[in-house]
Design a protein around this ligand. Structure first.
Ligand code: NAD
Length: 302
């Protein structure tokens, strides 16, 4: 087994919009990588680009890797990859560490960690924020939950992917934090678009409104990095799925229910994003939620 963190062998499962650039950062950082994605052609291409090894199944990675990163759509898929047919868990060497970087469900993550622990395997949750742009530059915000010793063990690998690392608590707590971050982000997006729609019907230019918001206290991440770039441009290609945002809002509401918190704003926010998904269909970029706001306002932002 490799003992030096700088040379640790890293398995990487889930090579989508985020997983690909994150795996590339790990490979650029000098780690040998073994990669797996359900899309075989994607796995092969990224293995070539990273001088890594393409795995045929998650189980192929277990005997080879010291640490395995998962960057998958949701907790159900993470469970399948770990414990399903040709799953990773059964083939991992005792003492190996799984870093669960998807945006998952806190309770599900804790349950997976218990099952892995019974096999002598460790897990931490380390979801990310910052999107594809910051994944490409290795500049993500990473929140981490789990045993402090395991967090330290993961740190050199995480620092290749992110520039902010905050240990927020025990296993699952980072997944709760991530969902709450996206709740704030989702709310900020919708209220900003609604303001643009009101202003546009009043006769204000949406472009000028975004400039004013960004110089004023109404500024948020969406006004700064999404409205002109992906909504007013009508490109709608930020690289984060609407389905994933709805999933994250469901996780945040689940945390609210578990903590018996009264959440009128959060519930309405979840309802609006879910209604957008139902109305517009699945498989869209999350910035297309603006089209739903336009539909119910009866105005298009031009
Ligand atoms: P994505 O849909 O682009 O990629 C997911 C990848 O997982 C795909 O390549 C898919 O083929 C693969 N996959 C699906 N099922 C699989 C399986 N059973 N085995 C192996 N591979 C499988 O998603 P993404 O945008 O990269 O997001 C990944 C995670 O990161 C999600 O939990 C998301 O909520 C979170 N996240 C995304 C962003 C973003 O901006 N895109 C930002 C922060 C967090």
């Amino acid at each position: 087994m490799t003992t030096q963190a700088s040379a640790a062998r890293i398995g990487f499962i889930g090579l989508g919009a985020m997983g690909e650039p994150m795996a590339m950062q790990v490979a650029k950082g000098g780690h040998p990588v073994m990669l797996f994605d359900a899309d075989r052609a994607r796995t092969d291409r990224i293995a070539r680009d990273s001088a890594g090894i393409a795995a045929g199944t998650p189980a192929d990675i277990g005997p080879w890797a010291d640490i395995v990163v998962t960057m998958l759509p949701d907790s159900k898929i993470v469970e399948k990859v770990l414990f399903g047919d040709d799953g990773l868990a059964a083939s991992l060497r005792a003492g190996s560490l799984v870093i669960e970087m998807s945006s998952g469900v806190p309770d599900a993550t804790r349950a997976l960690a218990v099952r892995l622990g019974e096999a002598g395997l460790a897990m931490i949750d380390a979801p990310v924020s910052g999107g594809v742009t910051r994944a490409r530059s290795g500049d993500l915000a990473i929140m981490v939950g789990g045993d402090p010793a395991m967090v330290e063990r993961a740190r050199p690998v995480l620092e290749l992917m992110g520039s902010s690392l905050v240990h927020v608590g025990g296993i699952g707590s980072a997944h709760a934090m991530k969902a709450l971050n996206n709740l704030v982000s989702a709310g900020g997006f919708l209220i900003g678009i609604e303001a643009l729609l009101i202003g546009s019907r009043y006769g204000l230019s949406p472009e000028i409104m975004v400039d004013v918001l960004n110089a004023s206290t109404g500024m948020n991440n969406s006004t700064q990095k999404k409205f002109k770039q992906f909504v007013l441009s009508r490109k709608f290609d930020a690289g984060f799925g609407l389905d994933l945002m709805v999933k994250d809002l469901g996780i945040a509401l689940g945390v609210a229910t578990a903590t018996d918190t009264t959440t009128p704003f959060s519930s309405l926010c979840h309802e609006l994003w879910s209604a957008a998904q139902k109305t517009l269909g699945r498989g869209l970029d999350h910035t297309e939620v603006a089209r739903f706001s336009e539909m119910i306002a009866g105005t298009e932002l031009k």
